[in-house]
Design a protein around this ligand. Structure first.
Ligand code: NIG
Ligand code: FE
Length: 386
């Protein structure tokens, strides 16, 4: 049955190129069989079997969160508190979560992820990626990715998050590129490495990504969060779909990224939570680089599920315009996953968000306020604010 959503004060549509947002006032959205039938002015809307009046709210495409670590147990609020009092963020904290994750049952891991996914829906996220990376042995990485693959098609093998406690570096890399990779392969679409101080070097990262590519996975990368080890030219050369964090970049890195197919994914929650400097998003945008914004939801460096929070920080602290930030959190996320989504083009999945606000600008104008009123995936409501 077709449905016409009307009473839309402003409808934000995403175009193909970075930052391209078209706003239609007095708009309507028609949905049939889970797909967008029409998105435009109410005056030209088709007749539908049923009509729903939203009473003057804004509608935007659903957010696409291209970077999350939802398979874990435990929390690290004390580590957060010590950072706030001045201790720098370090990759080693990951091992705390590895201990808790290995000790948890499959049911506990899945229930924790599902709770966070419910929060994603409440924040307007309609598509999301999930990484492994808190198992760091064959059995724990396999079960992490098995659970992830039950929750999303966008799954990423991050066995190379850090070298786990008690493992020899060379042996561990041998496992990640061999036995572990073969075992997780049925459940993973992407391969990722944390290429940074305290994690993996550029040469190690290249070896691991190449092994993943040879096994049929597609590459993406965590890099330049804590330090710049020189990963960016290699990431571009291997055609990584995305480099994520990218806090520390040289002019040469920016030149390599512009004109490439590699998206830069900004993770505002990570700099916020680790009290680190924010990357200069405006400089990246001016260089013609395609940007995405993601939550990086994880218990260590960014324990948020709120895309509106990430948008507000990207606008306030990274210098993006509200339109660039909205695009980055929708179509940019889809681009970073080399997937469809983040648009309300006719024929696309009807993934959209109703905001209790007159326009998308309120996402950064009213930070920290729950503006998401309803979230729809394929025309089906998955969240409604009470
Ligand atoms: O993306 N930087 C590497 N991985 C995660 C943090 C992991 C953790 O601290 O538990 C991130 O920020
Ligand atoms: Fe991450």
């Amino acid at each position: 049955m077709s449905t016409l959503y009307k009473g839309i004060s402003s409808l934000a549509l995403t175009g193909e190129s970075f930052g391209d947002i078209r706003v239609i006032e007095d708009a309507a959205l028609a949905v049939d069989a889970g797909k967008v039938l029409y998105a435009g002015s109410v005056a030209k809307a088709p007749a539908c079997a049923q009509e729903i009046d939203l009473g003057g709210k804004a509608v935007i495409p659903g957010f696409v969160d291209s970077h999350s670590h939802l398979i874990f147990a435990g929390e690290r609020s004390e580590e957060f508190a010590s950072r706030i009092s001045g201790k720098p963020y370090a990759a080693g904290g990951i091992r705390t979560t590895v201990r808790a994750t290995r000790a948890a049952s499959d049911a506990e891991l899945k229930a924790n992820a599902e709770k966070l996914i419910a929060e994603f829906y409440a924040s307007g996220i309609t598509q999301f990626e999930i990484k492994s990376g808190y198992g760091l042995d064959v059995e724990s990485e396999v079960r992490s990715l098995k659970i992830a693959s039950e929750l999303t098609p966008h799954t990423t093998f991050l066995g190379a998050h850090v070298v786990p406690e008690g493992a020899e570096r060379a042996d561990y890399i041998k496992s990640v590129t061999g036995e572990m990779l073969q075992a997780v392969k049925p459940y993973a679409k992407w391969i990722d490495v944390f290429c940074d101080q305290g994690a993996f070097s550029v040469d190690e990262t290249k070896e691991i990504l190449k092994a993943g590519i040879a096994a049929g996975l597609k590459p993406r990368l965590h890099a330049n969060q804590i330090a710049n080890l020189g990963a960016i030219p290699m990431a571009v050369e291997l055609d990584c779909a995305s480099v994520d964090h990218a806090t520390h970049l040289t002019a040469e890195d920016i030149a390599a990224l512009s004109g490439s197919n590699t998206v830069v994914t900004l993770l505002p929650g990570a700099e916020f939570s680790t009290k680190s400097p924010y990357p200069d998003g405006r400089r990246l945008a001016s260089a013609g680089i395609t940007l995405a914004i993601a939550t990086d939801c994880n218990p260590g460096s960014s324990f948020t599920t709120s895309m509106p929070f990430c948008i507000a920080v990207a606008v306030r602290e990274m210098g993006l315009t509200p339109e660039q930030a909205l695009w980055a959190a929708t179509r940019g996320g889809a681009r970073a996953l080399r997937s469809e989504g983040g648009s309300l083009d006719v024929g696309s999945s009807a993934d959209f968000v109703v905001l209790d606000a007159p326009s998308h600008l309120f996402l950064s104008y009213r930070p920290g306020v729950q503006l998401v009123s309803q979230t729809y995936i394929a025309g089906k409501r998955v969240f409604e604010r009470q």
